[in-house]
Design a protein around this ligand. Structure first.
Ligand code: ZN
Length: 82
């Protein structure tokens, strides 16, 4: 993890909600490209958000986190075998 991680994680949520300026979102994009741990967090939040939106759930049930983690793991397996 680089020193920019704390800020990146902090802004990922706002970035997903389109609540930050383009300068900050650009910085996050650059950071995500260089930092796999923040990229994982970003992908997880993106997935979680879309599933919550699809289901119309206000509070994500705990099993949803496992489902999304499995989805992400399967996806990375698929990309690795390409
Ligand atoms: Zn990072």
């Amino acid at each position: 993890m680089s020193s920019g991680c704390d800020h990146a994680i902090e802004y990922i949520y706002q970035y997903l909600d389109d609540e930050i300026s383009w300068t900050r979102s650009t910085r996050i994009k650059i950071h995500l490209r260089r930092c796999s741990s923040c990229m994982d967090a970003y992908e997880f939040e993106t997935k979680l958000k879309s599933v919550i939106r699809e289901r119309g759930a206000a509070e994500p049930p705990p099993e949803l986190f496992d489902t999304i983690r499995t989805m992400l793991q399967n996806e990375s397996k698929n990309t690795n075998t390409d």
